[in-house]
Ligand binder design. Structure first.
Ligand SMILES: [Zn+2]
Length: 302
């Protein structure tokens, strides 16, 4: 474990917002980094910066260890959740196109593309879309569907000298060790006037405040917890102009919702799984909006 300074203001002056759930100096299992990991309620100490208000895990694991864990993630459940994710991404992209205009063959990069669901949706909307993703397993799945996803990070050789009209970060920024540096790098990869979309959890949403330490997004694999103000600040610090920020819903299948509820209450989750199975409705998707997921669109102005 290592102590880290605030990624937003550089300060080292914080108070504990959520105590660690496990006091031993253990490294999280690789399974804790699965996108759909149900092990809620397990996390390192989460602190809030006294100076700027940013919330982050501190102390935490070495950066190399994190990347290794991501590179070896395997998550079959995410594959099963494809239908819900496709609908969610299509909805997000429609909203984004209000600011970017239609794709029309222009270049889009999805960072942390995982198995390439958003890349595929963006292609169907007319974008010349590619993804970049550190998980070897996920990239192989994308490749098997002929979806262009490069294995690696923003420093991948294949991305050198490439510029994009749009770059997207769906549920990714909260996992990055140094999100401010990554945003700075993304800024240089956007064409002037290009737009970055960032989707993450909102630590200062009413849902997060009401649920307190039971808020399900507090978990080992999340390192940075943004509120609207701190996300805007970090984008502005890196030269971006935020053109829109707001809460966005997502579509989830009933079967998936039941499995997540089981992570909070096993009996309730088991009953719902049984009921949904009886109804044959496990694959049905519904939109959910607890107000604790937000998206920001930010422009590179020059
Ligand atoms: Zn700070």
């Amino acid at each position: 474990m290592r102590s880290v300074t605030c990624n937003l203001c550089g300060g080292d002056d914080w108070f504990v917002r959520y105590a660690a759930t496990d006091q031993t100096d253990r490294r999280p299992e690789v399974s804790a980094f699965r996108c759909t990991h149900a092990g809620y309620g397990s996390h390192a100490q989460i602190v809030q910066c006294h100076i700027c208000g940013h919330v982050y895990a501190n102390p935490r694991w070495e950066e190399g260890e994190l990347l290794d864990a991501y590179s070896s993630v395997e998550d079959d459940r995410y594959v099963l959740e494809r239908a819900g994710r496709e609908r969610t991404f299509a909805k997000h992209l429609k909203k984004l196109e209000k600011y970017t205009g239609a794709g029309k063959g222009r270049h889009l990069l999805d960072v942390g593309a995982y198995i390439g669901v958003f890349v595929e949706v963006a292609q169907s909307f007319g974008w010349k879309a590619i993804g970049v993703e550190p998980s070897h397993w996920a990239v192989e799945i994308a490749k098997s569907r002929q979806i262009p996803v490069i294995e690696g990070t923003l420093s991948a050789r294949e991305l050198e000298g490439e510029y994009f009209e749009v770059i997207t970060l769906w549920d990714v920024i909260e996992h990055l060790d140094n999100p401010s540096a990554e945003l700075g790098k993304i800024y240089t990869m956007l064409k002037p006037g290009g737009i970055l979309a960032v989707h993450t959890m909102d630590i200062n949403s009413l849902t997060a405040k009401v649920m307190g330490s039971r808020w399900p997004w507090l978990m080992d694999m999340h390192i940075h917890y943004f509120g609207r103000r701190t996300l805007v600040k970090m984008l502005e610090k890196n030269g971006f102009e935020v053109v829109w920020i707001g809460a966005q819903s997502r579509y989830l299948s009933l079967g998936y919702i039941a499995s997540r509820i089981a992570g909070i209450s096993q009996p309730v989750g088991r009953f719902l799984t049984w009921l949904i199975g009886k109804l044959g409705a496990a694959e049905a998707t519904i939109p959910l909006n607890f107000g604790d997921l937000m998206t920001a669109f930010a422009r590179r102005s020059s």
